[in-house]
Structure formats: C-alpha cells, structure tokens
Design a protein around this ligand. Structure first.
Ligand SMILES: [Zn+2]
Length: 379
C-alpha cells in the first residue's frame, strides 16, 4: 500500500492519525493460547519483520500473508560477505525456500556483501533482484577516471568496492536468469513501496563521485568531522563521568552512498512501517517531503544507530511505537543519543545486540506461530 503523498493532500492527514486503530501496533507476544490457535490456521493475513542479528550489518526478511497459506517474501540486504551462509541457515530454519524479491538497499559491504552468497545458492528460488545500476545514470568512463585519480582516499576505495559488488551481483543474477529491476521513488516491490531515493536524487548523489574535486572535498569534510567527534568523545570519556555524548543528532555528513539507501514503506491495515537502510538526514528529509511518514508503528533506526543519520525533527516526525536497530553494541552503534531521542518520543527500542546478539521478530495481523521465540528485551 502506498503512503499518503504530502504534496497538496493535506486533507488526508486526519485519516492516518486515527488513534483507535494505531493502538493495535504495539502488540506484545501472543499468549500461548493465541499462538496455538494461530498455529492451527492455514490461512494468514499479516505482515512479519525479521531483523537478523549480524552486528553492524543488515538483513531483514519481510513476510506478507495475504489471506493465503503461501506468503510473499522480501529479503532486504544480505549483511557482510561472511553473513551470506548464516542468513541461508536462518532462512532454512524459517522454512523459506523462495525469496520473491531480493533487495539491495545500497552497495556497501555490510548490506550487499552477503547477497552474493544468497544469489549463488541454487537451493533458494529468487523471483527478482532489486538494486541500483549506477552505470545507467552517469558517464561511467568519467566516474572510473575520477575514482582512479582519487584512489588513495578512503571514499574512492569504498565507491570502487561498491561498483565491483554491484557488477558481481549482476553477474550472479544473469547467470541464474534472475530478472533485475531498478527501484526508485514510486516503485512497488511486493508489499513494499519505495519512498526514496527518486531517480533525480540518486543521480545528484552520483554526480558527486564523477567530480574529483567534490569527492576530495567530501573526503576532507568527513575526516574533519570524524576527528572532531573522536576528540569530543575522548574528552567526554575523560571528563564526563555520566558518559552521555554531547554531539548533536544529524550534525555531520554521511556517505553519499548511504544517502542512496532505499527508503521502503509497508502497511498492514492502518499500521505503518519504514525500512531505512543507512539513509541519512538528506535522504530521509526528501522522503518525508514527498510522503506522509508521520507517527509510524514500526521503524528501522537508520545506519546501525549512528547519530549522523537522524535529527530531532525526523525523530519527532517518525515517532515509531516500535524501533529496531541492527547494531553491534558499541559506543557508536547504536548511539546513546539516538536511543534516548527515540525513547523521548515514546518509542520502544530493540537492538540486535541486546542483551546479546539476537534475531528480532515483529508482526501485525494473523501469522504462523513461532517456536523458540520469547519476548525481546528493549534497550
Ligand atoms: Zn550499514
């Protein structure tokens, strides 16, 4: 289901704020009795989210039951290279033999790396691969030249690695005859709707890589911000016994490839969910300008809880009842500042690191019972 467009549709706002419906969102784990009844049902109608525990890496399974006994499965990202096999085992444990939509949010190692192993495993059927193909949008020769000249910088190394991963994914998909689709704002991917990036936004980000001077300027800004934050964090550790970091949310830049992350919306009845990858303030603000993403029921906190990717305005707008974050549990991921800001708007926050590395599951509607799961512990 498509979210409400915000442009010129202000009269639609009242409908999405119906509090009588939204209260169903914070569904606790069903009681044993309810689980038994659900387990006996052969037809389901609901939406499930599984966020796999992989440290600072993403792999999220979205299962949509639409009044049938066969669901539609979408897998967003595949973690790092070494996570591919782990994810295949987790999918096997969930009896998943078919992924209708395999989605790459953006080409960084911790999201795309493991997708290669999944694409290469013939035991799992894959309906289609959704990913950006940068060479369709830019002067590829100019980009290659710019990257070659800037190859000693960290950012050029990351972009070069991303291009290699993207080419390998296309190679694997072609070898198996899996169709590839490019997702942009307005595209539907099974139960998901793409709120961002738009093709124009994506192409603007790519232009930054084509231009060597812009690439270098970005690298300098990133390094300066990192140095400033590291110094401040160190000072905070030395002089502030409370350990509360004082950095502003959303103050620093995030990598342009993070900003190219798919921002995906799903709905079950009146429940609204948002998947954010590693999108930053710029990308999320653009998505909220196009669609009504206020007062969510469930949301992925972007970029493993980094404080660069959300500002207070966005936290205040999204206000998810439940927030999941995929994080290793360090001082940076998830940032205490981000978790506290989310709690301040009454979100219940769960992280894949807490209390120890774990898979998180949440659902709306009638879905099959899960054996071996217990209520998760919020942060
Ligand atoms: Zn990431």
């Amino acid at each position: 289901m498509e979210p409400q467009r915000t442009r010129g549709l202000f009269s639609a706002f009242a409908a999405v704020q119906n509090p009588g419906v939204l209260t169903r969102a914070a569904s606790p784990a069903p009681s044993a009795t309810v689980q038994k009844i659900l387990g006996q049902a052969t037809q389901y109608n609901g939406l499930e989210v599984d966020m796999f525990g992989l440290g600072n890496a993403d792999s999220i399974l979205v299962t949509s039951w639409n009044g049938s006994s066969v669901p539609s499965r979408t897998l967003i990202d595949g973690g790092n290279v070494g996570d591919g096999e782990k994810i295949l085992k987790k999918l096997a444990a969930l009896k998943v033999t078919r992924i209708d939509h395999l989605v790459c949010s953006h080409p960084h190692d911790d999201h795309a790396g493991g997708l290669l192993a999944i694409l290469g495993n013939k035991n799992i059927k894959i309906g289609g691969l959704w990913m950006h193909l940068p060479w369709n949008h830019i002067d590829y020769a100019r980009l290659s030249e710019s990257l070659a000249r800037a190859n000693q910088t960290k950012i050029a190394g990351i972009v070069t690695a991303s291009l290699k991963t993207q080419q390998e994914m296309v190679g694997e998909a072609n070898a198996r005859g899996i169709p590839i689709f490019e997702p942009f704002q307005g595209t539907k991917i099974g139960p998901l709707f793409v709120c961002g990036p738009s093709s124009a936004f994506y192409e603007d980000l790519l232009k930054d890589f084509e231009d060597l001077e812009k690439l270098n300027a970005f690298q300098t800004a990133l390094a300066e911000y990192d140095a400033k934050v590291e110094a401040r964090d160190l000072a905070a550790k030395l002089f502030d016994s409370t350990g509360e970091d004082d950095g502003e949310l959303g103050a620093g830049p995030t990598d342009p490839e993070n900003e190219s992350s798919l921002i995906l919306y799903a709905a079950h009845g009146a429940q609204k969910l948002l998947f954010t990858g590693d999108a930053g303030v710029k990308a999320l603000t653009a998505a909220t300008a196009a669609y009504d993403l206020r007062n969510l029921d469930w949301m992925q906190i972007p970029h493993h809880g980094s404080r660069r990717n959300l500002n207070m305005e966005l936290v205040d707008l999204f206000r998810p009842k439940i927030a999941f974050v995929s994080a290793v549990g360090s001082t940076k991921h998830p940032r205490r500042k981000v978790v506290n800001a989310s709690k301040a708007v009454k979100s219940t926050v769960y992280s894949t690191h807490h209390p120890s590395c774990t898979d998180l599951h949440h659902w709306y509607g009638n879905v099959p019972a899960r054996a071996g799961y217990k209520p998760a512990t919020p942060l």
